[in-house]
Design a protein around this ligand. Structure first.
Ligand code: GBH
Length: 512
């Protein structure tokens, strides 16, 4: 049977056809759509340093890293970090070397408003951001600005932070100052970076400042307050600033792909998806608004069984549902990786109760066969990115998408072939999704350079440029991925075969 020449012929045809499909993507250079913007990102606490200079007050990362230095890998902190507060000209030079269309960075609230409130504006802090923005614009690099990337003023944390509903006013007041100061030149705004990491990791799982462990309560309260705060700022921009400044504004949501181990676990994967990022996407991007139905039902049922008088998931008022619905010009996504999901009897009693994961009743893991990075959580699964983009197109009526972060970690190394391979594979499937009809306008590499990787300190490196933390001037050196990304931007083409000559310096091209 196996020897049958006819069968062999069919097998051969099949193999040829399959390899042709794969080859189209792997071996032919692919063009990016016209108008697509390509850039790179960082965040204030991760790069600025100058933690107590020129009138800046303390934020929750200053407090955490000083009070409990060794909860951070190798007891690192962001006191100096990449020293970008003093080295912003070199940062812009790197953007020019790469030929970036834009640079996404965040503002330090406590640097601009040392009291946390707009009663006193710190001119020196404002001057730093003015210098950075003006230097970028001189070379036609668009600033994309995140208002909040995790460095809450400590005083606001002492008053409860995102668990205090007054955060809505505090965040709105701060954001108004930022629009007034920088909105004449900044046309792309992001309100909050990764609500899940702020709320679940900060208030639930003790993996981000302020390291709280009130999962199933404080994380949910934070989510509600954060969504209302975001929406208030969106409408304020819309009403008070957009008419004269003409920019665009939205929220940044971290989204993993959750793959069921088999078809019978599809519901578990969908439930998890709704808890993990539907909690932020559904209120803003769905037609109905509000928290996802499945989440409301599950938390209410668990709460009741546990003896609570009401659901641990707070409710939105009808007015709040309307306020939040549609409050983003685009969906900005940070995507890195994929998890496997299942639900069977072993889940019961698996998670502490009450808690966020106990409410979901699923178990997740990464497959041991998956290619890894320097971060245990980050596995290379480009097909997950493709499935995620497809789901978003289908579930939310093809929203405009900005990819605001995507990237890979290594240790200290200049020839970072793993990173190059990661970027190529993820860009490749992003182009597939665009061909399928996804409206993706922006792609952002995380990160421009190595930086303070939160609890991992400087042990996990995400930079296109390597930073030497031993040198007083924090010398930045382009990695192979920087050469490759530069060529992608220059040619507006993804070419798996391009090999840079790393003996040549990465220099600024004419017109940059
Ligand atoms: C982004 O978050 C952040 O916006 C950025 O500041 C950061 O530098 C970048 O990622 C790289 O990490 O260790 O198993 O508890 C991405 C989403 C979610 C990724 C939490 C790391 C930790 C998982 N992050 N995750 S674990």
């Amino acid at each position: 049977m196996l020897g049958s020449p006819q069968l062999l012929f069919y097998v051969a045809c099949f193999v040829l056809a399959e390899s042709k499909v794969a080859n189209v993507n792997r071996h032919e250079a692919r063009k990016f759509p016209d108008g697509m913007l390509l850039g790179a990102a960082t965040a204030s606490y991760q790069v600025e340093g100058a933690w107590d200079e020129d009138g800046k007050s303390e934020n929750i990362w200053d407090t955490l890293t000083h009070r409990e230095p060794c909860v951070i890998a190798e007891c690192h902190n962001g006191d100096v970090a990449d020293n970008s507060y003093h080295l912003y000209k070199r940062d812009v030079e790197m953007m020019r070397e790469l030929g970036l269309d834009f640079y996404r960075f965040s503002l330090s609230w406590s640097r601009i408003l040392p009291t946390s409130f707009p009663d006193k504006i710190n001119e020196k802090g404002v001057e730093y951001y003015n210098n950075l923005i003006d230097e970028m614009l001189k070379y036609n690099i668009q600033p994309m600005v995140t208002l909040y990337h995790w460095d809450l003023p400590q005083k606001l944390q002492d008053m409860g932070g995102w668990a205090n509903p007054h955060i809505v006013d505090w965040f709105t007041d701060y954001s108004r100052v930022a629009f007034e100061l920088f909105g004449d030149r900044v046309k792309y705004w992001f309100t909050i970076n990764e609500p899940r990491e702020v709320c679940y990791q900060g208030y639930g799982s003790a993996s981000m400042a302020p390291l709280f462990t009130m999962s199933g309560y404080a994380d949910y309260i934070c989510s509600k307050n954060l969504l209302v705060a975001h929406a208030k700022v969106y409408h304020m921009y819309n009403n008070e600033f957009r008419p004269t400044q003409g920019g665009t504004i939205g929220i940044v949501v971290s989204m993993k792909w959750y793959e069921p181990v088999s078809e019978e676990h599809a519901e578990a994967a969908e439930d998890l998806t709704q808890f993990e990022w539907g909690i932020y996407a559904n209120p803003i991007f769905s037609k109905t608004g509000d928290f996802p139905q499945v989440m409301k039902e599950k938390v209410a049922a668990k709460s009741k069984a546990q003896g609570f008088p009401r659901s641990r998931l707070p409710e939105f008022t009808p007015e709040e549902i309307e306020l939040v619905k549609g409050s983003s010009d685009f969906l900005a996504i940070n995507h890195y990786t994929t998890n496997m999901v299942y639900r069977n009897e072993s889940v019961f009693g698996y998670h502490a109760s009450p808690s966020y994961y106990d409410d979901i009743d699923v178990i997740l893991y990464t497959d041991s066969s998956w290619e890894g990075s320097a971060s245990p959580w980050l596995k290379v699964i480009p097909w997950g990115f493709y499935k995620l983009l497809t789901k978003i197109r289908e579930d939310y009526d093809n929203p405009t998408i900005f990819i605001t972060e995507n990237g890979f970690s290594t240790r200290q190394v200049l020839v970072d072939d793993d990173r190059v391979s990661y970027y190529r594979q993820y860009l490749d499937v992003m182009l597939d999704a665009i061909e399928d009809g996804s409206d993706i306008r922006v792609y952002t590499a995380w990160s421009l350079m190595d930086n303070f990787e939160w609890l991992q300190g400087y042990t996990q490196r995400f930079g296109l440029y390597e930073v030497d933390y031993e040198s007083p001037d924090r010398t930045r050196t382009p990695r192979k991925a920087a050469y490759v990304y530069k060529e992608i931007i220059r040619s507006r083409t993804l070419d798996f075969h391009y090999e840079p000559d790393m003996t040549l310096p990465l220099t600024i091209d004419e017109g940059h």
